[in-house]
Design a protein around this ligand. Structure first.
Ligand SMILES: [Zn+2]
Length: 444
């Protein structure tokens, strides 16, 4: 329904510009509400909190939140009695669940995800805020380039577009070629896709001698996998599509919790009115508040009640950005977005390297393609990197590109990778979530 005018650059001008004290007060109030709801309605949360002596009344100030236990995926699926479809962490009667999704299963057994209708309105609100921040308006025609099936992210995007008032083209059942044709034929102004598939569409366009730079697309909104905030990836996509490319981040169990705004500040805003996003130190597990210090992200979704998500360890790695964003939102920025997963962290010489850092180096070498695979050997004793070349290389070029890459990676990371270059097309493709790391470590 396109029945309203929204002249502001903010989807919610009040929430998006709260000062730090107002924001902290709001977060404390909302945290207490969801904690009390989970304690009173979810047997799994009740058991957990009683086991450590936490009650909602025992959390008396913002700083007390750190006393609440951190959970992970195991919390949700370790508590499945045989007669329960969603397990003991469910906090509503099962008949109140109206949406079923499940996690992708790339890092864990797929997890069933329940949502009530109120949860779903909240998902749409989170997505509307991010789409609005990236410039999507009711005048846009948005193509979602996937079959959503059980994957929650694109369903969220779909309902977020609806809430903003944009026109949605659900292109899931179409082939890549048909999607390209629809983009041109319908004058699609925004595409929601993964970075990998945005490149796949470009490849398909080249095969048909279509130049996407002169096409109708004004913005690409990336979901499903990281990459749109890696400078080299973003630059290449923006150049080849001649449009803006934006990143966002979310998780099935959590929600769509972060987004890049139209000012492209080099990081993702954390949606702090909908989520409490804590950055914790890898060793001390204390909160990191200063800039440029890496930690792992623990997130609470304030409004999700089907299965509450309270102090959930996402395993994502990041650091805070010091500078404020010119857009005027007071939500903090995660510098460079999510930098990888804690289980893919390569530690060496007191520092660490993420797959994103390696990808950025690879992308700067024009003779290399975009596909790569990192293999971390047992106890991190061997590090292998397989990279596709952009085109065929002769023997001397092969050696020179390989040596250059080894040197650049060493200079930036102080790590020696055994590098293998492969012809374009040899590494497996996955349009939704590409597997970039194979980790054989058993010492973690
Ligand atoms: Zn901003």
């Amino acid at each position: 329904m396109k029945c309203f005018e929204k002249p502001s650059v903010y989807w919610n001008p009040y929430l998006e510009t709260l000062n730090p004290k107002q924001l902290e007060d709001l977060q404390y109030k909302r945290f207490k509400e969801i904690l009390g709801f989970a304690y009173n309605n979810s047997p799994a949360y009740r058991d957990l909190y009683e086991s450590v002596g936490i009650t909602p009344d025992s959390i008396r100030c913002f700083d007390d939140i750190k006393r609440v236990p951190v959970i992970d995926k195991n919390f949700f699926d370790d508590r499945f009695p045989l007669n329960s479809f969603y397990g003991n962490s469910l906090a509503v009667p099962e008949q109140d669940v109206v949406f079923f999704h499940q996690t992708s299963g790339t890092t864990h057994t797929p997890l069933r995800q329940p949502d009530t209708i109120e949860d779903w309105y909240w998902w749409a609100e989170c997505w509307a805020a991010l789409l609005w921040a990236q410039g999507v308006r009711e005048t846009d025609r948005v193509l979602i380039a996937f079959n959503y099936n059980l994957f929650i992210g694109f369903w969220g995007a779909h309902y977020g577009c609806e809430k903003v008032g944009a026109e949605i083209i659900s292109a899931g059942g179409l082939s890549t070629q048909q999607r390209l044709e629809k983009i041109t034929e319908l004058g699609v102004t925004a595409v929601i896709t993964t970075p990998t598939y945005a490149f796949r569409l470009l490849e398909a366009a080249r095969e048909k001698e279509i130049d996407m730079r002169s096409g109708p697309v004004k913005r690409i909104i990336c979901a499903g996998e990281p990459g749109a905030l890696i400078p080299s990836t973003k630059n290449e996509l923006e150049t080849q599509w001649n449009c803006d490319v934006f990143d966002h981040v979310g998780a099935t169990e959590v929600g769509a919790w972060g987004f890049e705004c139209s000012q492209k500040p080099g990081g993702l805003h954390v949606n702090e009115s909908m989520f409490l996003t804590e950055l914790l130190d890898f060793d001390s597990h204390e909160a990191i508040t200063g800039p440029d210090i890496y930690g792992y992200l623990v997130i609470t979704a304030f409004n999700r009640k089907g299965r509450p998500c309270i102090r959930f360890n996402t395993n994502d790695i990041g650091c805070w950005q010091e500078s404020a964003c010119p857009c005027g939102r007071t939500y903090r920025l995660l510098k460079g977005g999510v930098q990888g997963r804690i289980d893919h962290l390569i530690k060496a010489r007191g520092t660490f390297v993420t797959p994103a850092a390696i990808e950025n180096i690879i992308n700067d070498e024009k003779k290399l393609g975009r596909e790569y695979l990192i293999k971390i050997g047992e106890k991190s004793k061997t590090l292998d990197l397989i990279v596709e070349t952009a085109s065929e290389l002769d023997v001397s070029e092969y050696q020179s590109v390989k040596n250059d890459l080894e040197e650049k990676i060493y200079n930036k990371t102080f790590l020696h990778f055994n590098i293998t270059l492969k012809p374009n097309g040899e590494l497996p493709r996955n349009e939704l979530k590409s597997k970039r790391v194979i980790d054989l470590r058993k010492d973690r």
